[in-house]
Ligand binder design. Structure first.
Ligand code: 13P
Length: 258
C-alpha cells in the first residue's frame, strides 16, 4: 500500500491568531512522528504565508483552496496560480462542490485552473462528487465520470501524474453523514478504472484518490482501510489539531498494517 495523504480544508474559518495557533499546534503534534503520510494544510488565502513559513521547518505542505482561472492582469479580487507558486504553496484544491454551487464553477473552469496550476508546478486537488438526488437516481457514477473527463482528461500523461482527485459526495459534506466505507470504495475503484482506461495501469495505481465528506477521527481508519481510498480531504475535523492529527495517525496505521 502506498503512503496516504491527508489534506485539511479549513474553508472560510479562523481568525489570524487562531490560524497561527492551529498551524503551530499541528506542526508540533506531528513533529517527530516520522510520518509517511503526506499532510497538507489549506487555510484561507490570507493565512497561507503563515503556513508556508512554518512548512519549511515542519512536516506538512501548504495548499490553497482555490485559484483564478485567469493567468494574471485586470481580474479584480483574484489570486493566480503563479502567485501561489511564488509563495511556496504546493497544492491547490479546485472544483470543490461549494465553489461549483456558490460560484457556478463548471468542469471547463476547473480544467483551466488545473492547467494553470500544472504550468506553475502546483498539484491540483480536483474535487468531484454527486448531490443526493443524483445518488438516489443512481446517476452518481455517470456524474462523477463526466466531472473527471471534462476537467482532467485533456491532460497529457505527464501532467495527469501530478493530479490528486478527491471524491466528495455532496450529501456527506458538513452533514455528519459519511459515505459508508463500501460506498467510498465502490466510487474510488470506479474512478481508478476510468484513469486506467485513459492513462494506463501504472498511473491509475499511483494517482491519489482521497475521500472527503464528514471524515473524522472516529471513521477515518475504516475509510482509509479500503484498498482504493488513498487518504482524506478533511473539512470540519481539520479545524482542531487533536482531531486532525488523530486522522493523520489513522492514515499511518492503515499503511503500517499492510
Ligand atoms: P467536512 O469534512 O466538514 O464534511 O467537509 C468535507 C470537505 O468539503 C472537504 O473539502
Amino acid at each position: 500500500m502506498k503512503p496516504k495523504m491527508v489534506i485539511g480544508n479549513w474553508k472560510m474559518n479562523k481568525s489570524f491568531e487562531e490560524a497561527d495557533d492551529l498551524i503551530i499546534a499541528i506542526g508540533e503534534q506531528i513533529a517527530g512522528l516520522k510520518l509517511e503520510t503526506g499532510v497538507v494544510l489549506c487555510p484561507p488565502f490570507i493565512y497561507l504565508e503563515l503556513a508556508t513559513d512554518q512548512a519549511e521547518e515542519a512536516d506538512f505542505s501548504t495548499g490553497a483552496q482555490n485559484c483564478s482561472e485567469y493567468k494574471n492582469g485586470a481580474v479584480t479580487g483574484e489570486i493566480s496560480a503563479e502567485m501561489l507558486a511564488k509563495l511556496g504553496v504546493e497544492f491547490c484544491i479546485v472544483g470543490h462542490s461549494e465553489r461549483r454551487k456558490f460560484f457556478c464553477e463548471s468542469n471547463q473552469t476547473i480544467a483551466k485552473k488545473a492547467d494553470l496550476l500544472l504550468e506553475n508546478q502546483l498539484v491540483p486537488v480536483v474535487c468531484c462528487g454527486e448531490v443526493i438526488d443524483e445518488r438516489k437516481a443512481n446517476r452518481h457514477f455517470e456524474v462523477v465520470e463526466k466531472q473527471i473527463k471534462e476537467s482532467l482528461f485533456h491532460l497529457s500523461k505527464e501532467d495527469f501524474e501530478s493530479v490528486v482527485i478527491a471524491y466528495e459526495p455532496v450529501w456527506a459534506i458538513g452533514t455528519g453523514e459519511t459515505a459508508t466505507p463500501e460506498q467510498a470504495e465502490e466510487m474510488h475503484a470506479f474512478i481508478r478504472q476510468l484513469i486506467e482506461k485513459k492513462y494506463g495501469t501504472e498511473i491509475a495505481y499511483s494517482t491519489y484518490i482521497l475521500y472527503g465528506g464528514s471524515c473524522n477521527a472516529q471513521n477515518a481508519l475504516e475509510l482509509f482501510s479500503q484498498p482504493n481510498v488513498d487518504g482524506g480531504l478533511i473539512g470540519g475535523a481539520s479545524l482542531k489539531a487533536n482531531d486532525f492529527v488523530a486522522i493523520i495517525e489513522a492514515a499511518e496505521t492503515t499503511v503500517k498494517e499492510n
